[in-house]
Write a protein that binds this ligand. Structure first.
Ligand code: PHE
Length: 460
């Protein structure tokens, strides 16, 4: 069926090869989720036990969905809306829902990207003591001028990379940033592990505490995996659509998941022992999560490292900046590709439209921290950003994933995707994959959805 659309893809972007595709997938996957969520979850749920569960889920459920999405893109050579509607018009709505996700996430992801940029600049200019001072974080994020400035700087960097094109921009940027990111993560982990007292924290992080295994752990590992692999938002469909049919898909998705897991694992190795050493945290449950881990706890940890504080702070925030920027680039690319396929505008015009939207929406959501701070969409102390984060990650992504599994498992039938994968791989596990997509994945996704939404309806 894809052939019918060939006339529309003559100027469609393409990867130069398998490595570029793997790096781009990994670049999208490796982001703030790996750095600020994984370590906290691992610390909370018995260290090695969580890592083990996550590993099993990522290499069964995670790569199955990754394979589905990339194969769907490669088969149709279209971004997510077209991919669904070219196969079955009635299912176009799933494509539209999936396409809405990156449009929701990009603006607020870039706000956080702006915070990261600000921290990097402050580490260089003001030094580690200023950054670790009480109130630095809150003071900054409620600033009615500079938050906008840093957000726009971050956006322009990412838009600039996309403007250079898929091969000359995104591929080249990933080729530089991803290896450096890995290198810095290894370097910082080694440094942290050499600090006196770090061994105890490392042991806490690595040795499985089987008594911590619980349904709650599994639900959290599932949700984390889902977000971390950038699933159910059309990115992987778009990226698959840029891939040549001769490139091996099964190996590629396994490498993407492997890279993502490696960076998550290293983040824990950087952060958990450091928190043990400097802050004297001895119970993972005490570790802050999300933004406060990254922007409040860690500057304190670095501040306690004496002379090394500034170097580590700078390196760490360069690493975070790379992780956030490469993810934001993938989001902007997905939005651009959706606009381009929908309107048949040129790539530059589509990117410009995307840029205008992202900047405008970013300004609106950022206003939730200053002039619109009185809006508390999810209850006291919550901001617009929390609302959009909840809407996209906790509600829309599981719904999209569920509908995608039903679409492939029961409507078009798994064979269509298996045939596409077999264009370039043996895919011996096609039988297991079919069972996963038809039965197991839908159940797991419903579990995530219920676990996310119930507490909102019935607050504890
Ligand atoms: N996967 C990214 C992470 O782990 C998050 C992300 C979300 C990236 C949406 C792109 C798009 O942080």
């Amino acid at each position: 069926m894809a052939q019918q659309h060939n006339h529309t893809h003559h100027d469609r972007s393409a990867w130069s090869g398998k490595l570029a595709f793997i790096l781009a997938g990994a670049a999208s996957a490796v982001g703030l989720g790996n750095l600020w969520r994984f370590p906290t979850l691992a610390a909370k749920y018995g260290g090695g036990m969580f890592i083990l569960t996550y590993f099993v889920l990522a290499f069964t459920f995670g790569i199955s969905l990754l394979l589905l999405e990339t194969a769907l893109g490669r088969k149709t050579k279209l971004s997510v809306i077209g991919a669904f509607s070219s196969i079955n018009k009635r299912w176009k709505f799933v494509g539209i829902l999936a396409a809405a996700v990156p449009f929701i996430i990009t603006p607020y992801y870039c706000i956080i990207g702006g915070w990261v940029t600000k921290y990097l600049v402050s580490y260089v200019v003001d030094g580690p003591t200023a950054v670790a001072a009480d109130g630095f974080f809150t003071g900054f994020i409620t600033d009615p001028v500079f938050t906008y400035v840093f957000m726009v700087i971050f956006m322009l960097i990412c838009i600039g990379v996309c403007a250079l094109g898929v091969k000359n921009g995104i591929e080249k940027a990933n080729m530089i940033m991803m290896p450096l990111l890995l290198f810095m993560a290894i370097g910082i982990s080694v440094f942290v592990l050499m600090q006196p007292g770090a061994a105890e924290g490392a042991a806490y992080y690595l040795i499985p505490d089987f008594s911590k295994f619980s349904p709650d752990l599994v639900i959290n590992a599932l949700g984390q995996m889902f977000y971390s692999l950038s699933l159910a938002m059309g990115i992987m469909v778009t990226y698959g659509s840029y891939l040549d049919s001769k490139e091996n898909l099964t190996e590629s998705v396994a490498s993407i998941a492997g890279f993502d897991l490696l960076v998550s694992f290293l983040s824990g190795l950087m952060i958990v022992p450091a928190a043990f050493v400097v802050l004297g945290i001895t119970d993972g449950g005490m570790m802050a999560a999300g933004p406060s881990l990254m922007f409040v706890t860690l500057p304190n940890v670095f501040g306690g490292m004496g002379g090394a504080a500034q170097v580590i702070g700078v390196l760490f925030f360069v690493l975070v900046l790379f992780a956030a920027a490469t993810s934001a680039i993938s989001l902007i690319e997905a939005c651009t590709s959706i606009i381009q396929d929908g309107t048949h505008w040129s790539r530059s015009k589509s990117l410009l439209a995307c840029a205008i939207f992202v900047i405008a929406a970013g300004c609106f959501i950022n206003a939730g921290y200053n002039v619109l701070i009185w809006i508390e969409p999810l209850g006291e102390g919550t901001q617009l950003l929390d609302f959009f984060d909840f809407l996209s990650n906790s509600v829309m992504m599981p719904i999209v994933a569920l509908l995608t599994c039903i679409f492939v498992g029961w409507i078009i039938k798994p064979k269509a995707i298996i045939d596409e994968v077999r264009e370039s791989s043996k895919f011996k596990l096609a039988g297991a994959w079919t069972v996963m997509i038809k039965y197991i994945a839908p159940v797991l996704v419903i579990v995530i959805l219920v676990a996310n939404v119930l507490p909102m309806i019935f607050p504890a």
